[in-house]
Design a protein around this ligand. Structure first.
Ligand code: ATP
Length: 133
């Protein structure tokens, strides 16, 4: 079975480097499924889950935006943050979600709605990855 080396790096350092048979992720213009031998590509990633498949198992990461670089034998993900399900603090993500929802529901003109919207997306993505793995 052909494989790809997958490397995930954040400003805090490397999160994962391993070989997989398929990478599924969400670029800003749609879902991407990458198999070994894929044409070279660079794409911005959405706040989303990255799914890494090998044999019949699947590893997941919660990715906070960033970039995907594809070469035929290697996928590199550079992200502002990337967490494995076991590293996600659910209580922290729930608190972040509540904070963001409160801000979005308030009528205060001083609220930076885009910032709150992005914080909400990060929190929901973390909860989704932590709870569906
Ligand atoms: P918070 O408001 O809770 O800080 P955030 O979405 O603003 O959440 P980020 O700026 O995306 O946080 O991340 C800052 C750092 O904290 C990153 O290293 C990220 O991996 C880590 N982090 C954030 N939320 C969690 C979480 N719920 N569980 C584990 N690590 C987290």
């Amino acid at each position: 079975m052909k494989t790809l080396t997958v490397s995930v790096v954040t400003p805090d350092g490397p999160v994962l480097e391993d070989t997989y048979e398929m990478v599924s992720c969400k670029a800003e213009n749609g879902e991407l499924g990458i198999l070994p031998g894929h044409i070279p590509l660079v794409a911005p990633l959405a706040i989303s889950a990255v799914r890494l498949k090998r044999d019949s198992s699947e590893d997941k990461l919660a990715i906070n935006g960033g970039f995907l670089e594809v070469r035929p034998d290697k996928v590199t993900i550079l992200a502002q943050s990337a967490e494995k399900p076991s590293d996600i603090d659910i209580a922290r993500a729930e608190a972040a979600k509540e904070r963001a929802e409160k801000r979005l529901n308030s009528n205060d003109d001083h609220i930076d709605r885009l910032r709150a919207e992005l914080a909400l997306r990060r929190a929901v993505n973390r909860l989704d990855v932590a709870q569906n793995s």
